[in-house]
Structures are given as structure tokens and as C-alpha cells.
Design a protein around this ligand. Structure first.
Ligand SMILES: NC(=O)c1ccc[n+]([C@@H]2O[C@H](COP(=O)([O-])OP(=O)(O)OC[C@H]3O[C@@H](n4cnc5c(N)ncnc54)[C@H](OP(=O)(O)O)[C@@H]3O)[C@@H](O)[C@H]2O)c1
Length: 342
């Protein structure tokens, strides 16, 4: 997530667009489908005609204004500074700023935007976009950037996953987990996916060698076996996560601790407790705050083009039903990703 005000400067050609807008923080009921001005673009920005947008837990956080921590991080103290929700985007370039070199009108792109992607048009920085993988539909492409890049950075940059290692992905059927399983497998690791019973088939189809059904077994049921544990679910104490790891294993904390409260939202586990515990153990406990740049989008594109990674879409909602898409994702049990089509 990124702070700062997105200025709705001038209208482009005076045109308006439909968008999912909110004036105040709150539950999904605060979202409205409205006509607003199309975002204007700066010199290094691209105006994308949105075909599809991805839904991720960050959308809920920015809608609700929770944890309150995000309000002091620049997203708006009393009300959201950016009123249109959604960051993941896939679509067609409608216009490019004067200093944009990689894209021109008509190009199919995907990436993240700051003006809000639950809208007919979105403004995105050139550096946050890549060419849409040719093999993917707009819906498939739209769900990749945040979750795919987060998974890539968890596996590659924080986990340093190597061929032959034992890797556990907790929340293996979720948005980030479904990518992490595939990327760890493509790295040559033996992958154990932790999920509920009904998701076991999906997680195996993504390449997991073993499944731990968390409704029957706990993650340490095989002892201290895992070189890398990637936790996206956030509902286990550090002590339990560490028991599943080898003495020099690495824990990558992707999600905040579940039920962590409205102020810090469980991020204190990443920011305070994990670094503290790390000082007294041979195990490495690492927090991840992902940033989605063009280089990592290109790396994900490579994995998609090679067939190593395929996004999994659980449900697709039309723009007007974006609030329902957020409500569904917020239940925390999506099988893969949720998309909004525009
Ligand atoms: N650090 C970053 O930069 C970054 C970036 C993106 C997301 N995130 C965070 O990462 C977390 C996951 O995001 P997401 O998009 O993957 O969410 P998601 O799509 O809602 O997936 C959540 C997953 O958690 C699983 N789960 C629920 N209870 C569980 C339990 N007791 N044990 C194991 N798994 C359990 C669910 O599996 P079942 O359906 O099988 O129950 C589901 O697959 C969120 O907290 C999000 O905010 C962080």
C-alpha cells in the first residue's frame, strides 16, 4: 500500500466515468457506484481503460480505515484521501504521459495504480505497469500484481528458497498462498501447503507435494522439518511456527496476526516481536512489506509465460457489485483470487 493524495486534476476531455467511490471509512456499505471525473495523468503516468481489477485484503483495509495505523501512514486520517477503491489493474492504455517510454495507446497492460482501479479508467505510474501476459485474460492478469509479487518476494527475497529445500506455505489456497506454492515449486523446493479440507485438491493442483489440512492437524505434526515457512494466514503464535522449522530455518511473515486489534491490526508481530525473537535464535524471522515494481512484474510475467505460474480465480463480480466482492474476500476463505470486471 502506498500513501499520498492522488490528485483528481483536470478532466481528460471533460469526460466522466463510473467508479466505486467512498467518502468515509466504514464497511462495504459505504461504497457507491458513482459518476466522477476521469483521473488526469502526469508526465510519467498512463491512463488505463480498466478491463478488470483484482481484489485483495488491502482493499478492505483502505475501505475500513483499519488498522488505524494506516491512517497515520498517509492514507487519510478521518476519511480516505483516495476515494476510489482497488489497486490491482489490467486494461488497455488510453493515453500516455509525455515522458512515458514503454507504453502507448492500445497496449494491453497490468500492474497497480493509485487512483483506484474499481473504475472505468485508472491512472498508473509507468514503473508500476508491465505488458499483460498474452496467455492471460484481463481478469486473470488483474489478480496477479499484488498477490503474485508479494508471493515472489516472500519466496525469493525473504525466504531465499533453494532447490531441494522443504517449504511450507500456510494459507496455500489464498490469494498470496496460491502464487507462493507455484513459485516455491518452480524454485525446485518440496512444498507442503496448509489449507482446509475443501481446498486440498486445488492446492495439490498448484504443485504442492504434501497437504496439511489444518482442520485436522497442526503445522508441527511432522516435527521441525521446514527450511522455509511462509505464513499468510497469521493465526499461529511465533512459538508454534518456529516448532515446524529447522534450527536454521526462515520464517516469512506475510500477513498481520489474525485478530490483532483495530489499532495495529497484528502488525506488531512483524514489526516488533519477530525481530526481537530473531535476536535470540538461529532461526530467521522476517517480515515482508511488498512493493510492486516493473522488474518484479516482469519476473512474474516470465513465470506465467513459462507455464510455471497460473493465477487461480475463485469468483468474478461486475463493477457495480464490487462491495460484494470485498465482503466475500473479507470472509477469509477464497479459493485463489477474486476479480472485478469493468
Ligand atoms: N506483506 C505484504 O506486503 C502483503 C501483501 C499482500 C497481502 N498481505 C496480507 O497477507 C494475508 C493473506 O492475504 P491473501 O490475499 O492471501 O488473503 P486470502 O486470499 O483471504 O487468503 C487467506 C487464506 O488464509 C487461509 N486460512 C484461514 N484460516 C487459516 C488457518 N487457521 N490456518 C491456515 N490457513 C488459514 C484461508 O484458507 P482456507 O480457505 O483453506 O481456510 C485462505 O486461503 C492478509 O493478511 C494480507 O493483508 C500482505
Amino acid at each position: 500500500m502506498h500513501g499520498g493524495v492522488f490528485p483528481y486534476r483536470d478532466f481528460i476531455g471533460g469526460d466522466e466515468m463510473k467508479a466505486i467511490v467512498q467518502d468515509v471509512y466504514g464497511p462495504a456499505g459505504v461504497l457507491e457506484l458513482r459518476e466522477i471525473a476521469r483521473p488526469a495523468i502526469g508526465d510519467q503516468e498512463v491512463l488505463v481503460q480498466v478491463r478488470a481489477a483484482g481484489v485483495d485484503p488491502g482493499v478492505w483495509h483502505l475501505m475500513a480505515g483499519e488498522p488505524y495505523l494506516i491512517r497515520v501512514m498517509g492514507f487519510g486520517f478521518r476519511a480516505p484521501k483516495v476515494k476510489v477503491r482497488g489497486r490491482d489493474v489490467a486494461g488497455v492504455v488510453a493515453a500516455a504521459g509525455a515522458r512515458v517510454t514503454r507504453f502507448r495507446a492500445g497496449d494491453q497492460v497490468y500492474g497497480t495504480c493509485e487512483s483506484g482501479s474499481f473504475a472505468e479508467y485508472a491512472a498508473a505510474r509507468e514503473q508500476r505497469l508491465a505488458a499483460k501476459p498474452a496467455s492471460l485474460s484481463f481478469e486473470q492478469a488483474a489478480v496477479v500484481p499484488i498477490s503474485g509479487v508479494t508471493a515472489l518476494q516472500a519466496v525469493r527475497d525473504r525466504g531465499h528458497v533453494q532447490a531441494g529445500q522443504q517449504v511450507m506455505v500456510i494459507g496455500a489456497a489464498g490469494g498470496v498462498g496460491s502464487f507462493a506454492v507455484q513459485i516455491a515449486k518452480a524454485s525446485g523446493a518440496t512444498v507442503t501447503g496448509v489449507c482446509s479440507s475443501s481446498k486440498a485438491g486445488l492446492v495439490r493442483s498448484l504443485g504442492a507435494d504434501e497437504i496439511i489440512d489444518y482442520t485436522h492437524d497442526e503445522i508441527d505434526c511432522h516435527g521441525a522439518r521446514y527450511d522455509v515457512v511462509i505464513d499468510t494466514a497469521g493465526n499461529r503464535p511465533l512459538s508454534l511456527l518456529r516448532r515446524a522449522m529447522t534450527p536454521r530455518g526462515t520464517l516469512v511473515l506475510v500477513g498481520g496476526e489474525h485478530g490483532g486489534g483495530r489499532v495495529l491490526g497484528g502488525f506488531d508481530r512483524q514489526l516488533l516481536r519477530a525481530p526481537l525473537v530473531s535476536m535470540f535464535t538461529g532461526q530467521r524471522l522476517r517480515a515482508l512489506t511488498a512493493t510492486e515494481g516493473a522488474e518484479d512484474l516482469a519476473a512474474i510475467t516470465g513465470l506465467i509465460d513459462s507455464g510455471a505460474v497460473t493465477p487461480v480465480i475463485d469468483r468474478t463480480y461486475p463493477l457495480a457489485d464490487a462491495p460484494d466482492a470485498i465482503r466475500y474476500l473479507a470472509q477469509g476463505h477464497a479459493a485463489g483470487k477474486v476479480a472485478v470486471t469493468v
